[in-house]
Design a protein around this ligand. Sequence first.
Ligand code: ZN
Length: 246
Amino acid sequence: MRLSDAELERYARHIVLPQVGGVGQKKLKAARVAVIGAGGIGSAVIPALAGAGMGRLTIIDDDEIELANLHRQPLFRERDSGHPKAELAGQFVQRLNSFVDAAPLQVRIDAGNAEALLTGHDLVIDGSDNFATRLAVSDACVRLGAPLLSGAAVQFQGQVALFRSRPCYRCFVGDAFDAEDCDNCAELGVLGALTATIGSFAALLAINAILGIGEDAAGKLHLFDGEKLAWRMIVIPADPACKACA
Ligand SMILES: [Zn+2]
């Protein structure tokens, strides 16, 4: 794989970094990443990864834009209300970086289709808004051996964790949430700037994971408190009885 002159110019501030270089930039170009949810988290993750030059960005979201999304979803504008999020997020990616292959999918990902939709991706980033989706995505990632980066935000609290097969997201939350399909943001509210913080952190972690920068973040939960303005990290233990990864 080669980088064209236009790509070398475009990614010059990346390539000059010793941790990235031309080799790292080619790794980003070779990466196929699936982003689930073009919502608050996705609105930070998608531009960051498109700008970074991911080779392929699959964007999976079955939802349409509502006015109440706009305080945390700067991918969209007022006039986009009622339009499909995946399609508009895909257009955003193509306008930002034509070297990225954007693949928008306006489908609801669930236990029945997750494995088929996620096959062939090097990393899956889940910023969806409910536990049923998150567990279906996690179980599919465990079966596929695909790393899963999970980001969530509600009120002033956010969290990001990377999972590599074991421990998995199901080890972390348990089985109780399988049937629950709550929209936390609608019920509890969320600060728009918080979803951007969590999404940006998730994008940074994604890039580090693809490039192999720093120590491997897998199995660690990063928690951010938007009132105390403090991050903390806890290690997630593998559940010996986990029905997905044990
Ligand atoms: Zn597990």
